[in-house]
Design a protein around this ligand. Structure first.
Ligand code: PGA
Length: 249
């Protein structure tokens, strides 16, 4: 049985003080993690104080990115081992903004997924999709090839630690969410691809989230879908009351 996840992605927003205040406002109002997990991804500089503020609560703090090396001459990068040592156990990898604005490709994301798992982190791997590809009927090929490339060469035992976030680029930050039936179709396709790679049992245990303009009006219909195990919300995660409404939908 897959336990659902409601995750927030703040992107490059909030000061450290605002981040800690936010955690203090929500931490006593979250579901038991055995029923539903709550994850909040935040800018690197806010992570350590957020972990401290969240101590003893079910809230899990996530990084929005990390590098694929543990240490060395990589100015400006964050090591997965350093994240783990600071009690940060989740990391978003391959968000479409990283792919588009920072030229991250599948090969690099695959290296990051391996490095994150080796350091003990649970990666949330984003799989984007575009309207153009949907209209041209290329969606199937695209989603399958993304998953094959990003999860390449992972050990079966590690795949279950990975969460996938299916995020059509045109739905991100636009207020135009994907129709739940289409979102289900994308998430189902991802699960089938993982089943082809690792078998049904492992595919059944991998959590697959939908992301792209998730809000308090569409979360219930999205999460009612069989292959959608939760959401990754950007804009709707920035306000503590709205985020709590998503979490306790
Ligand atoms: P959005 O962002 O909810 O603001 O569309 C989602 C994301 O980028 O993960």
């Amino acid at each position: 049985m897959r336990s659902p996840i409601v995750a927030g992605n703040w992107k490059m927003n909030k000061t450290v003080e605002e981040a800690v205040d936010f955690v203090n406002q929500i931490k006593d109002h979250l579901p038991d993690p055995s029923v539903q997990e709550t994850v909040l991804a935040a800018p690197t500089i806010a992570l350590v104080p957020m972990v401290k503020a969240a101590q003893g609560s079910p809230l899990k703090i996530a990084a929005e990115n990390c590098y694929y090396k543990d240490a060395g001459a990589y100015t400006g990068e964050t090591s997965p081992t350093t994240l783990y040592s600071a009690n940060i156990h989740h990391v978003i990898l391959g968000h479409s903004e990283r792919r588009r604005l920072f030229n991250e490709n599948d090969q690099m994301i695959n290296l990051k997924v391996h490095a994150a798992l080796a350091a003990g982190l649970c990666p949330i791997v984003c799989c984007d999709d575009t309207m153009g590809r949907r209209v041209a009927g290329k969606k199937v090929h695209w989603v399958v090839s993304r998953i094959l490339a990003d999860l390449h060469d992972l050990k079966a035992a590690d795949v279950e630690k990975v969460t996938i976030a299916y995020e059509p680029s045109w739905a991100i930050g636009t207020g135009e969410s994907m129709d739940p039936a289409q979102a289900e179709e994308g998430c189902y396709l991802i699960r089938q691809t993982i089943a082809d790679m690792y078998g049904d049992e492992i595919a059944d245990n991998v959590r697959i989230l939908y992301g792209g303009s998730v809000n308090t009006s569409n979360i219930n219909r999205l999460m009612a879908s069989e292959d959608i195990d939760g959401v990754l919300a950007g804009g709707a995660s920035l306000d503590p009351d709205t985020f709590l409404n998503l979490v306790n939908h």
